[in-house]
Design a protein around this ligand. Structure first.
Ligand SMILES: *[C@@H]1O[C@H](CO)[C@@H](O)[C@H](O)[C@H]1NC(C)=O
Ligand SMILES: *[C@@H]1O[C@H](CO)[C@@H](O)[C@H](O)[C@H]1NC(C)=O
Ligand SMILES: *[C@@H]1O[C@H](CO)[C@@H](O)[C@H](O)[C@H]1NC(C)=O
Ligand SMILES: *[C@@H]1O[C@H](CO)[C@@H](O)[C@H](O)[C@H]1NC(C)=O
Length: 162
Protein backbone atom coordinates (compact mmCIF):
# COMPACT_ATOMS: atom_id res chain seq x y z
CA UNK A 1 0.00 0.00 0.00
CA UNK A 2 2.72 2.49 0.91
CA UNK A 3 4.64 1.77 -2.26
CA UNK A 4 1.49 2.30 -4.23
CA UNK A 5 0.76 5.62 -2.52
CA UNK A 6 4.36 6.68 -3.01
CA UNK A 7 3.97 5.96 -6.71
CA UNK A 8 0.83 8.09 -6.79
CA UNK A 9 2.69 10.89 -5.04
CA UNK A 10 5.35 10.82 -7.75
CA UNK A 11 2.60 11.35 -10.30
CA UNK A 12 1.29 14.45 -8.53
CA UNK A 13 0.50 17.17 -11.05
CA UNK A 14 2.03 20.57 -10.67
CA UNK A 15 -1.15 22.22 -9.34
CA UNK A 16 -1.53 19.65 -6.58
CA UNK A 17 2.03 19.49 -5.34
CA UNK A 18 1.26 21.48 -2.25
CA UNK A 19 -1.34 18.94 -1.12
CA UNK A 20 0.36 16.99 1.57
CA UNK A 21 0.93 13.28 1.56
CA UNK A 22 -1.02 13.17 4.81
CA UNK A 23 -4.14 14.69 3.18
CA UNK A 24 -4.06 12.11 0.45
CA UNK A 25 -3.67 9.18 2.85
CA UNK A 26 -6.63 10.56 4.77
CA UNK A 27 -8.86 10.80 1.73
CA UNK A 28 -7.80 7.29 0.68
CA UNK A 29 -8.79 6.01 4.13
CA UNK A 30 -12.12 7.81 3.88
CA UNK A 31 -12.72 6.24 0.47
CA UNK A 32 -11.85 2.82 1.88
CA UNK A 33 -14.27 3.25 4.79
CA UNK A 34 -17.07 4.38 2.47
CA UNK A 35 -16.34 1.36 0.31
CA UNK A 36 -16.52 -1.03 3.25
CA UNK A 37 -19.86 0.52 4.19
CA UNK A 38 -21.11 0.16 0.63
CA UNK A 39 -20.00 -3.48 0.46
CA UNK A 40 -21.87 -4.18 3.70
CA UNK A 41 -25.11 -2.53 2.63
CA UNK A 42 -25.53 -3.04 -1.12
CA UNK A 43 -27.98 -5.84 -1.96
CA UNK A 44 -26.23 -8.80 -3.59
CA UNK A 45 -26.78 -9.74 -7.22
CA UNK A 46 -28.32 -13.06 -8.15
CA UNK A 47 -26.91 -15.60 -10.57
CA UNK A 48 -23.25 -15.76 -11.54
CA UNK A 49 -21.44 -12.56 -10.68
CA UNK A 50 -18.06 -11.16 -9.69
CA UNK A 51 -17.86 -10.30 -6.04
CA UNK A 52 -17.71 -6.76 -4.69
CA UNK A 53 -14.21 -5.80 -3.65
CA UNK A 54 -11.91 -2.97 -2.72
CA UNK A 55 -8.69 -3.44 -4.69
CA UNK A 56 -6.85 -0.53 -2.96
CA UNK A 57 -7.53 1.63 -6.02
CA UNK A 58 -11.30 1.60 -6.51
CA UNK A 59 -14.43 0.27 -4.92
CA UNK A 60 -16.14 -2.37 -7.03
CA UNK A 61 -19.75 -3.46 -6.74
CA UNK A 62 -21.03 -6.86 -7.78
CA UNK A 63 -20.92 -7.32 -11.55
CA UNK A 64 -22.88 -9.89 -13.59
CA UNK A 65 -20.72 -12.50 -15.30
CA UNK A 66 -19.46 -11.68 -18.78
CA UNK A 67 -19.87 -7.91 -18.49
CA UNK A 68 -17.64 -4.87 -18.27
CA UNK A 69 -18.22 -3.08 -15.01
CA UNK A 70 -17.59 0.65 -14.58
CA UNK A 71 -16.97 2.62 -11.40
CA UNK A 72 -16.33 6.36 -11.14
CA UNK A 73 -12.68 7.38 -10.83
CA UNK A 74 -11.70 7.17 -7.14
CA UNK A 75 -12.16 10.45 -5.28
CA UNK A 76 -8.84 10.27 -3.40
CA UNK A 77 -6.82 10.94 -6.55
CA UNK A 78 -5.08 14.31 -6.10
CA UNK A 79 -6.22 15.24 -9.63
CA UNK A 80 -9.77 14.01 -9.05
CA UNK A 81 -11.24 17.35 -10.14
CA UNK A 82 -9.83 16.70 -13.62
CA UNK A 83 -11.19 13.14 -13.92
CA UNK A 84 -14.43 13.21 -11.94
CA UNK A 85 -16.41 12.51 -15.11
CA UNK A 86 -14.26 9.47 -15.86
CA UNK A 87 -14.68 5.79 -15.12
CA UNK A 88 -12.43 2.88 -14.32
CA UNK A 89 -13.33 -0.49 -15.83
CA UNK A 90 -12.94 -4.11 -14.94
CA UNK A 91 -14.23 -7.13 -16.80
CA UNK A 92 -16.13 -9.89 -15.10
CA UNK A 93 -15.46 -13.20 -16.82
CA UNK A 94 -18.08 -15.78 -17.75
CA UNK A 95 -16.99 -17.80 -14.67
CA UNK A 96 -17.83 -14.94 -12.26
CA UNK A 97 -14.18 -14.08 -11.61
CA UNK A 98 -12.71 -10.65 -12.25
CA UNK A 99 -10.45 -10.94 -15.27
CA UNK A 100 -6.71 -10.96 -14.72
CA UNK A 101 -3.83 -10.00 -16.97
CA UNK A 102 -1.17 -12.31 -18.46
CA UNK A 103 0.76 -12.27 -15.20
CA UNK A 104 -2.39 -13.17 -13.20
CA UNK A 105 -2.52 -9.75 -11.57
CA UNK A 106 -5.93 -8.18 -11.18
CA UNK A 107 -6.59 -6.11 -14.26
CA UNK A 108 -8.36 -2.78 -14.65
CA UNK A 109 -8.54 -0.08 -17.26
CA UNK A 110 -8.06 3.25 -15.53
CA UNK A 111 -7.04 5.24 -18.59
CA UNK A 112 -9.90 7.72 -17.99
CA UNK A 113 -8.65 8.38 -14.45
CA UNK A 114 -5.08 9.09 -15.39
CA UNK A 115 -3.57 12.50 -15.04
CA UNK A 116 -2.14 13.86 -18.21
CA UNK A 117 0.71 16.25 -17.59
CA UNK A 118 1.22 18.39 -20.68
CA UNK A 119 4.12 20.33 -19.21
CA UNK A 120 6.50 17.40 -19.16
CA UNK A 121 9.59 19.54 -18.68
CA UNK A 122 8.06 21.21 -15.61
CA UNK A 123 7.20 17.78 -14.28
CA UNK A 124 10.79 16.72 -14.72
CA UNK A 125 11.93 19.86 -12.94
CA UNK A 126 9.66 18.90 -10.07
CA UNK A 127 11.02 15.34 -9.92
CA UNK A 128 14.53 16.76 -9.79
CA UNK A 129 13.54 19.05 -6.93
CA UNK A 130 12.05 16.04 -5.13
CA UNK A 131 15.31 14.17 -5.60
CA UNK A 132 17.11 17.13 -4.09
CA UNK A 133 14.74 17.01 -1.09
CA UNK A 134 15.39 13.28 -0.75
CA UNK A 135 19.11 13.95 -0.90
CA UNK A 136 18.79 16.54 1.85
CA UNK A 137 16.68 14.18 3.97
CA UNK A 138 19.19 11.41 3.37
CA UNK A 139 21.94 13.77 4.47
CA UNK A 140 20.03 14.59 7.66
CA UNK A 141 19.51 10.89 8.32
CA UNK A 142 23.20 10.12 7.97
CA UNK A 143 24.05 13.11 10.17
CA UNK A 144 21.63 11.72 12.79
CA UNK A 145 23.18 8.27 12.40
CA UNK A 146 26.61 9.85 12.88
CA UNK A 147 25.48 11.59 16.09
CA UNK A 148 23.99 8.33 17.39
CA UNK A 149 27.19 6.48 16.49
CA UNK A 150 29.34 9.08 18.25
CA UNK A 151 27.01 8.93 21.24
CA UNK A 152 27.23 5.12 21.39
CA UNK A 153 31.02 5.21 21.02
CA UNK A 154 31.46 7.79 23.80
CA UNK A 155 29.09 5.86 26.04
CA UNK A 156 30.99 2.64 25.37
CA UNK A 157 34.26 4.34 26.17
CA UNK A 158 32.70 5.70 29.33
CA UNK A 159 31.48 2.21 30.32
CA UNK A 160 34.79 0.52 29.56
CA UNK A 161 36.69 3.09 31.64
CA UNK A 162 34.77 2.09 34.76
C1 LIG B 1 -17.75 -11.24 -1.31
O1 LIG B 1 -17.22 -10.07 -0.67
C2 LIG B 1 -17.75 -9.87 0.62
C3 LIG B 1 -17.20 -8.54 1.11
O2 LIG B 1 -15.83 -8.44 0.94
C4 LIG B 1 -17.34 -11.05 1.51
O3 LIG B 1 -17.86 -10.86 2.80
C5 LIG B 1 -17.88 -12.33 0.91
O4 LIG B 1 -17.44 -13.42 1.68
C6 LIG B 1 -17.44 -12.49 -0.53
N1 LIG B 1 -18.10 -13.64 -1.12
C7 LIG B 1 -17.45 -14.51 -1.85
C8 LIG B 1 -18.28 -15.58 -2.44
O5 LIG B 1 -16.26 -14.43 -2.06
C1 LIG C 1 -19.97 -13.92 -23.03
O1 LIG C 1 -20.03 -12.87 -24.01
C2 LIG C 1 -19.58 -13.27 -25.28
C3 LIG C 1 -19.54 -12.06 -26.19
O2 LIG C 1 -20.58 -11.17 -25.92
C4 LIG C 1 -20.51 -14.38 -25.81
O3 LIG C 1 -20.07 -14.81 -27.06
C5 LIG C 1 -20.50 -15.55 -24.82
O4 LIG C 1 -21.43 -16.53 -25.24
C6 LIG C 1 -20.87 -15.09 -23.43
N1 LIG C 1 -20.68 -16.19 -22.50
C7 LIG C 1 -21.52 -16.43 -21.51
C8 LIG C 1 -21.20 -17.59 -20.66
O5 LIG C 1 -22.50 -15.75 -21.30
C1 LIG D 1 -4.37 -16.49 -10.27
O1 LIG D 1 -4.62 -15.89 -9.00
C2 LIG D 1 -5.77 -16.39 -8.35
C3 LIG D 1 -6.00 -15.58 -7.08
O2 LIG D 1 -4.83 -15.11 -6.51
C4 LIG D 1 -5.57 -17.87 -8.05
O3 LIG D 1 -6.73 -18.39 -7.42
C5 LIG D 1 -5.33 -18.61 -9.35
O4 LIG D 1 -5.05 -19.97 -9.09
C6 LIG D 1 -4.17 -17.98 -10.12
N1 LIG D 1 -4.07 -18.61 -11.44
C7 LIG D 1 -2.91 -18.93 -11.99
C8 LIG D 1 -2.96 -19.52 -13.35
O5 LIG D 1 -1.84 -18.75 -11.41
C1 LIG E 1 -9.40 1.46 -21.83
O1 LIG E 1 -10.51 2.32 -21.93
C2 LIG E 1 -10.41 3.30 -22.96
C3 LIG E 1 -11.65 4.16 -22.91
O2 LIG E 1 -11.93 4.54 -21.64
C4 LIG E 1 -10.27 2.61 -24.32
O3 LIG E 1 -10.11 3.60 -25.31
C5 LIG E 1 -9.07 1.69 -24.28
O4 LIG E 1 -9.00 0.99 -25.50
C6 LIG E 1 -9.17 0.72 -23.12
N1 LIG E 1 -7.96 -0.08 -23.04
C7 LIG E 1 -7.98 -1.40 -22.95
C8 LIG E 1 -6.65 -2.08 -22.86
O5 LIG E 1 -9.03 -2.02 -22.88
Amino acid sequence: MWGYLAALILLFPKGCRTQSFHDMVQSWEKYKEDCEERMRTEPPLSGVFCNRTFDLYACWGDAPANTTHAEPCPSFLPWYAKVKEGFVFRRCGADGQWERDETNMSWRNHSQCENYEPEQSQHETWILSQLRVMYRVGYTISLAALIVAVFILTQLRFVSKQ
